[in-house]
Design a protein around this ligand. Structure first.
Ligand code: FAD
Length: 477
């Protein structure tokens, strides 16, 4: 029989469970990807993620000997139509845990059923799914540390399967007539080129392996370097995990290997990969978090509204808050689509606890800008900074953007990279320029309020207001 593999966020040949399963179970296999018009339509015409996907598909098509079928339209129509055309009984895909994706898959399944075909969903994006790591009462975990303990214990008992299909790739059949076209260009998709290439963000499976090879040498020091945005500490693999150009199983196996050799950096990094699974299971077990606070009482907080709130929000998005670390971080996001994890916490906390704005506004902006945007991790991160999530920061802990800056960018190296206007300021003054002597500001060519903003809020005032705002949840915490 012929099987159809529908690739979505698993854009690789190696260690790909859906592809591997189809190659094992079927005599002939066709691989397809759909540019989903409902996902593409609302995006800005220059979107790094669309370009990343397209570039990765070109490599994938090459690795599949030019046999990848690329469709444009609605999956619930395209996939059943292709299945019918090929006469396949089974469509294989990797399970997706986002509510919208699950609704889409349910429709595809229904339309396939009408053709007497099935949708076979396999686990690929995570190590353990939402029902695989549970408390003794068979309930999902809402707190990270015991989850991590249980996750690691289960990993010990579960050898990771690395699916190698290379010997079976001869089963791939040539593209059916009518689908012979190559991967569409960006223009054919209705998009424009971005600065992805200038940023040297490597795409495709080869790009992920390149980043991984580079990171392996640094992994041992990850625990010491990961918090400093001016240092090349993290792996930068998030966009590859997002689009599945790398397998989570390969990364976890590698981290395990280094942990076994006693690497403290590898143990910390493995812990981050556990956070990824943790938020996936939160979203799958509690899909309401996509729109509501995990702790419902936090939905009673009165966030700032109206014109002034809109002005504050615009200043935050554009990196004009007057707090250099926050502004530099937003510049990094706007220019590159990446933001260092420490800075996601600092800017997130600033939006919610300094500007008093609804965390969902920040969540939405990150969702538009991040190359690695992932509903589960982004939502989890935003609920963490706003204290409304599972195992979140306590509401009364309010990051001080100046001390965060002094601690994690002591020399101001990161700030200078993204805010050239402040480049000539000394390491002492760069964290809070409004406290610098006029003479120093003058000499550095800075005119506050003119070429760099004055702070839009005062830290102490904002802190007091936030504690008051959060008073409503005090009893519940
Ligand atoms: P590394 O430090 O090398 O970590 C390796 C991998 O572990 C990451 O690629 C990621 O898959 C996972 N990981 C690390 N930290 C976390 C975490 N806190 N939660 C879940 N997974 C984690 N990550 C996303 O992938 N997509 C998002 O949309 C996203 N939004 C965030 C929003 C906020 C407000 C916060 C605080 C964090 C967010 N994160 C998100 C988590 C984290 O910041 C990024 O995963 C990380 O910065 C990516 O860089 P890296 O690949 O170099 O990470």
């Amino acid at each position: 029989a012929t099987g159809l593999v529908w690739l979505r966020r698993d854009l690789r040949v190696h260690n790909n469970t859906a592809l591997h399963t189809a190659l094992q179970q079927c005599e002939r296999v066709v691989c397809a990807f759909v540019f989903d018009q409902d996902i593409l339509a609302p995006l800005p015409r220059a979107d790094r993620r669309v370009e990343f996907i397209r570039e990765s598909l070109v490599e994938l098509d090459n690795n599949l000997a030019g046999k990848l079928v690329v469709l444009q339209g609605r999956p619930e129509a395209c996939i059943p139509a292709l299945a019918q055309e090929l006469g396949v009984q089974a469509v294989f895909a990797a399970r997706d845990y986002e509510p919208q994706a699950q609704a889409r898959d349910a429709k595809v399944r229904e339309n396939l059923r009408a053709l007497d075909a099935t949708l076979v969903l396999v686990k690929d994006h995570v190590i353990f799914e939402e029902r695989e790591v549970l408390t003794q009462m068979a309930k999902p975990y809402g707190v990270f540390t015991p989850y991590k303990r249980a996750w690691l214990a289960r990993l010990e008992q579960t050898p990771l399967v690395q699916n190698d299909s290379t010997a079976l790739l001869h089963k791939l059949v040539a593209k059916p007539p009518g689908h012979a076209k190559a991967v569409p260009t960006l223009a054919e998709l209705g998009f424009e080129a971005t600065n992805l290439q200038q940023l040297s963000i490597p795409t495709g499976e080869s790009g992920a392996q390149q980043l991984l090879a580079n990171f392996v040498d640094r992994m041992g020091r990850y625990d010491q370097t990961r918090d400093f945005p001016a240092v090349k500490g993290p792996s930068y693999l998030s966009v590859h995990l997002r689009f599945g150009t790398v397998s989570i199983r390969q990364l976890v196996a590698l981290a395990q290997e280094h942990c076994a050799q006693g690497s403290p950096g590898a143990a910390t990094w493995l812990g981050e990969l556990v956070w990824r699974d943790f938020y996936f299971q939160i979203l799958a077990n509690f899909p309401q978090v996509a729109t509501q606070a995990f702790k419902p009482e936090y939905d009673h907080i009165a966030w700032e509204q109206g014109e002034h709130a809109q002005l504050l929000y615009a200043a935050w998005c554009q990196g004009r808050t007057g707090y250099p670390l926050v502004d530099a971080a937003m510049a990094q996001l706007n220019q590159t689509g990446y933001m260092h994890n420490r800075l996601r916490m600092v800017t997130g906390s600033f939006l919610v606890k300094h500007l008093g704005l609804d965390w969902r506004w920040g969540e939405r902006y990150f969702a538009e800008q991040l190359n690695d945007f992932d509903l589960s991790a982004n939502n989890g991160g935003w609920q963490w900074v706003s204290s409304s999530g599972c195992d979140a920061q306590p509401y009364f802990r309010i990051f001080n953007p100046i001390t965060q800056s002094e601690k994690f960018d002591a020399e101001g190296k990161f700030i200078r990279r993204y805010l050239p206007t402040l480049a000539a300021l000394g390491a002492k003054s760069i964290h809070a320029p409004w406290l610098a002597k006029p003479l120093e500001l003058n000499a550095a060519g800075i005119a506050l309020g003119e070429n760099y903003p004055l702070p839009i809020v005062d830290h102490a005032t904002a802190r007091a207001r936030t504690l008051q705002r959060y008073g409503i949840v005090k009893k519940a915490d």
